[in-house]
Design a binder for this molecule. Structure first.
Ligand code: GRF
Length: 212
C-alpha cells in the first residue's frame, strides 16, 4: 500500500503544526507530511517547519489563493490539513479536496463558528468547551464533524486559560484523526462521516479532564 501524502496549512503560532509533526511517527508508514503552506510571512509556524526540516511555501502573491492552488497542484496531496489556517478556502479548492481536507476549530461546533470562541463560551457561561475536527465544506467551520474534545469549564478561568486548555485538547485529538485517516478508518460519504464503515450519527467525543 502506498504512503499517503499530506500537506499542512497554517497562519500563526503553529503549535498544532508542531504537535502534528512530532506525532508523525504514529502513522508514518501510511501517511507523511510532505510540505506546508502559510499565507502569513510572519507566522511563527515557519520556524517550526525549519526545525522539522519540512518545506514551507510562504505566499507572497497579492492573491494568496493563486499561490495556494499552485502549491496544491505541485504536491497533489491525499490530505490537506488546516491547522490554524485563518483564510477562507475558495470553493473550487474545497470541491476538489472534498473528503480530503480537514480543519480544527476551537469550539464545540456547531456552537461558535468563527473567531473569539473562548470569550463567547465565558460570556454565555457554557458548562463545556472544547475543540472540533471536521471535514471542510463551503460553510465556514460547518463541515461534517469527525471528533470533538470536550472539557468542563471552570467559570473562574480567564479567556487565555481556556485557550490553553483547548490547545491541550487539540494536541490529543488532532494526531488521532490524522492516524484514522492514514489507516482509512474515516471517510466522508454523502456529506456524512463514516468510521470503520459505519455512519457516525453524533460526533465522537473525547472527554478531557483538566489537571488544575
Ligand atoms: C487553534 O486553536 C485551532 O483550533 C484554530 O487556530 C488555532 C491555531 O493555533 N483553528 P496554533 O497556531 O496551532 O497554535
Amino acid at each position: 500500500m502506498s504512503t499517503k501524502k499530506c500537506v499542512i496549512l497554517f497562519s500563526g503560532t503553529g503549535s498544532n503544526l508542531k504537535n502534528l509533526l512530532t506525532n508523525e511517527f504514529l502513522h508514518s508508514d501510511r501517511l507523511k507530511y510532505i510540505s506546508a503552506f502559510t499565507n502569513n510571512p510572519q507566522a511563527k509556524g515557519i520556524d517550526v517547519c525549519k526545525l522539522f526540516n519540512i518545506d514551507v511555501k510562504i505566499s507572497s502573491n497579492k492573491d494568496q489563493n493563486i499561490d495556494l492552488r499552485d502549491f496544491l497542484e505541485t504536491y497533489n496531496p491525499d490530505l490537506v490539513v488546516l491547522s490554524g489556517y485563518m483564510k477562507i478556502i475558495p470553493d473550487d479548492v474545497v470541491k476538489l479536496f472534498k473528503g480530503r481536507m480537514i480543519n480544527i476549530h476551537p469550539s464545540l461546533l456547531p456552537k461558535y463558528p468563527g473567531l473569539n470562541t473562548h470569550k463567547k463560551v465565558l460570556d454565555s457561561q457554557d458548562p463545556y468547551h472544547g475543540a472540533t475536527i471536521h471535514f471542510v465544506s463551503n460553510e465556514l467551520d460547518g463541515g461534517a464533524i469527525i471528533l470533538q474534545g470536550k472539557f468542563e469549564v471552570d467559570k473562574n478561568k480567564t479567556e487565555e486559560e481556556l485557550k490553553n486548555i483547548t490547545h491541550q485538547v487539540e494536541y490529543k485529538i488532532f494526531p488521532k484523526v490524522i492516524t484514522w485517516f492514514a489507516n482509512d478508518l474515516i471517510k466522508l460519504e454523502f456529506d456524512k462521516v463514516f468510521f470503520k464503515g459505519k455512519e457516525v450519527e453524533s460526533p465522537i467525543v473525547y472527554i478531557h479532564h483538566d489537571k488544575k
